[in-house]
Design a protein around this ligand. Structure first.
Ligand SMILES: Nc1ncnc2c1ncn2[C@@H]1O[C@H](COP(=O)(O)OP(=O)(O)O)[C@@H](O)[C@H]1O
Ligand SMILES: [Mg+2]
Length: 248
């Protein structure tokens, strides 16, 4: 459905992404995982069309869209910091992207999204009065309302904590399933990547370490980096908990 072919990005003479190629299938939920500064956001921006690549192609259903303007790609994005319009209320934010669309979403469908994001009681509130979790739900509803061909998420739950993080995580996964959409989500948290996506792309230093199912990433890490980044972290977490239990 979306083929990323030999994408290379340099800033000055520094190579940020080096010859990245992968295929994303319809309805895939791809988690992009990697350490801070490895080029995750840059790759999302290239997919969205707000950043150019130096080399490579992007094929959406076999059509090269690398030179297609962002608004014509019909991809949407939600960011870690929500990026909402502070002078508009929740509903106005959600409606923002719809008005320029050739085939805007119907009212019933829009209501479904608002309901799905559990926003009914907050819909007329100013953005400043909303909590972090509520803001992210508005941002997700706004992204979903344009009926994106691909939904891009840049660390959507990184700024949230505890139960709120869990709630937004579950809402993202439930809406992906219900709406049957293709999602590419960036995260630096192995646990999020492994539990939310059906495929995980591990980036390091601008290249692909592994693109695989979560189970294969855990069971068959292709490099020492993957093993260290994923498994050691998970084992460490598990051992810490075990130590607490063993101390009893
Ligand atoms: N506009 C830019 N100009 C120069 N360097 C940039 C620019 N945007 C990002 N970078 C650099 O590219 C690298 C990757 O950034 P980014 O994609 O934001 O990483 P990540 O999202 O994985 O943390 C970083 O070293 C960052 O400093
Ligand atoms: Mg980033």
């Amino acid at each position: 459905m979306l083929e990323i072919k030999n994408i290379t990005k340099r800033y000055d003479d520094k190579t940020i992404l080096n010859n990245i190629s992968l295929n994303i299938e319809e309805n895939d939920f791809v988690s992009i995982l990697g350490p801070s500064g490895c080029g995750k956001t840059t790759l999302l921006k290239i997919l969205l069309g707000i950043e150019t690549s130096c080399e490579g192609e992007l094929l959406l259903n076999k059509k090269n869209i690398i030179h297609t303007k962002p608004n014509e790609r019909q991809f949407s994005i939600a960011f870690q910091n929500y990026a909402l319009f502070p002078h508009l209320n929740a509903m106005e934010n959600i409606r923002y992207g719809i008005k320029n669309q050739k085939q805007p979403i119907g009212e019933e469908e829009l209501n479904n999204i608002i309901q799905m994001m559990d926003l009914k009681e907050h819909i007329n509130k100013p953005i400043s009065s909303l909590s972090g979790g509520q803001k992210q739900r508005v941002s997700l509803a706004r992204a979903l309302a344009i009926k994106p061909k691909v939904l891009l998420l840049d660390e959507p739950i990184s700024a949230l904590d505890g139960m709120v993080k869990e709630k937004v995580k579950n809402l993202i996964m439930a809406s992906a399933k219900k709406l049957g959409i293709t999602i590419v989500m960036v995260t630096h948290d192995p646990e999020e990547a492994l539990t939310m996506g059906n495929k995980v792309l591990i980036l390091n230093g601008g290249h692909i370490e592994q693109f695989d199912t979560p189970a294969n990433i855990i069971k068959k890490p292709k490099s020492e980096f993957v093993e260290k980044f994923i498994n050691n972290l998970l084992i460490l977490k598990f051992n810490n908990i075990k130590e607490v239990l063993d101390a009893e």
